[in-house]
Design a protein around this ligand. Structure first.
Ligand code: NAD
Length: 362
């Protein structure tokens, strides 16, 4: 079992990583302060892992709420259902909400916890690789609106993150690989040695080898935690974690939500960002080749899906940026391990890069 500390003063918390941790309440019970616990999960994850969690709560007043599966259920309506469940439980200020599932459950539950009585504890029990290495750490919570993804939310750090790597055994292969894209991202933006390590352990990772996974997850959590500690509210460095994401969001939206998984879109987006950086003379083209080879080795897509229009993708990207700051700001890189925030990039350079990529799409 590995234990990492996210140092945020009185909001500090621990990340526990290891196979079977859900079944060991001794690991996570200390994070529960009061007598009331609500476990939030979904219809896919609950039949697999909810009993293990509930069996560690028998001496407390507890209940569970099972939501429908899917991004479309990361909604305001379901936050209201969590509030109702907390009210039925008689949850007071010292209650804890436990989120058992992927990023959808973690984001939604975390947001409900941030709101209930102006903020109660929540404990993340992520069960997808993406949630383990990314969404469960750092305190970004929220839900979608018809007007867009993650439009309503709050910064609310969990009280603890319990990563049971054994739960990855049941994760569909495509979801698992999509999570690996975020792992690769950490190496791409900040650590060339880790990227090499990923290349050396590609087979082990594809086979979900426990030891390799533990290492990769621990590195990713440590990396993300370090960034969050230095820049909790994304005023600077935390934005680097969005490497590949502006391209990726545009691809997800243009392809139609659900067609390309978020992690797959990020994989393609990282290559687009790397190629754009190379075309601007910021980074060696060989580094983009190297990243592309690693992503392919891990069975991730690196080319635009066929039929996407470069201009429409650019329009989406500009919209994405405008909704943030009104001006185009991208995460580019100076080569492997060296990402940077780049402002003032000419739209025409981005368009040319997208057109190149569209020509190569298969
Ligand atoms: N808060 C953040 O910092 C942050 C960062 C990245 C992504 N996100 C959010 O995370 C969400 C995506 O998360 P996700 O990729 O985990 O998606 P998800 O929660 O929808 O899970 C993916 C699928 O895997 C299923 N599943 C989960 N665990 C399983 C298991 N162990 N075995 C079998 N099936 C399992 C789920 O039911 C779902 O069908 C998005 O809403 C995104 O906005 C948040």
């Amino acid at each position: 079992m590995k234990h990492l500390e996210v140092e945020l003063g009185e909001r500090s918390y621990r990340i526990h990583i290891g196979a079977g941790s859900l079944q060991q309440p001794a690991i996570w019970r200390p994070a529960l302060r009061g007598r009331h616990v609500l476990v939030l999960s979904n219809t896919v994850v609950a039949p697999l892992y909810l009993d293990a969690v509930l069996s560690g709560l028998t001496d407390l007043t507890h209940s569970s709420l099972i939501l429908e599966d899917g991004e479309q259920h990361k909604s305001f309506e379901n936050v209201a259902r969590v509030f109702d469940a907390l009210a039925d439980l008689g949850a007071s200020r010292d209650a804890t909400l436990v989120t058992l599932g992927g990023g959808v459950i973690g984001d939604l539950g975390g947001f409900a916890a941030a709101c209930w009585m102006r903020g109660i504890d929540f404990v993340q029990m992520p069960t997808t690789l993406l949630a383990m290495v990314d969404s469960s750490v750092g305190g970004k919570t929220g839900v979608n609106l018809p007007a867009g993804k993650n439009l309503v939310g709050a910064f609310h750090q969990p009280r603890a993150v319990i990563i049971d790597t054994a739960t990855l055994a049941s994760l569909p292969r495509r979801e698992y690989l999509a999570g690996l894209a975020e792992v690769i991202k950490y190496g791409a933006i900040g650590d060339a040695t880790f990227l090499d390590w990923l290349g050396q352990h590609a087979d082990a990772l594809l086979n979900r080898d426990a030891r390799a996974l533990d290492e990769a997850i621990a590195f990713s959590c440590r990396y993300k935690a370090g960034v969050v500690v230095r820049d909790e509210r994304e005023l600077g460095e935390r934005a680097l974690l969005n490497f590949g994401h502006t391209f990726g969001h545009a691809i997800e939206a243009e392809a139609g939500y659900g067609q390309v998984l978020h992690g797959e879109a990020v994989a393609i987006g990282m290559i687009l960002a790397a190629r754009l950086s190379a075309s601007l003379g910021l980074a060696p083209p060989a580094d983009a080749d190297h990243l592309q080879a690693l992503l392919s080795r891990l069975d991730l897509p690196t080319r635009l899906p066929p039929g996407l229009d470069a201009q429409r993708l650019l329009d989406r990207m500009v919209l994405d940026k405008k909704s943030l700051s009104g001006k185009l700001r991208l995460i580019l890189w100076r080569g492997i391990g060296k990402a940077e925030i780049a402002g003032g990039i000419d739209d025409s350079a981005i368009l040319a890069s997208l057109q190149d990529a569209a020509m190569q799409s298969i």
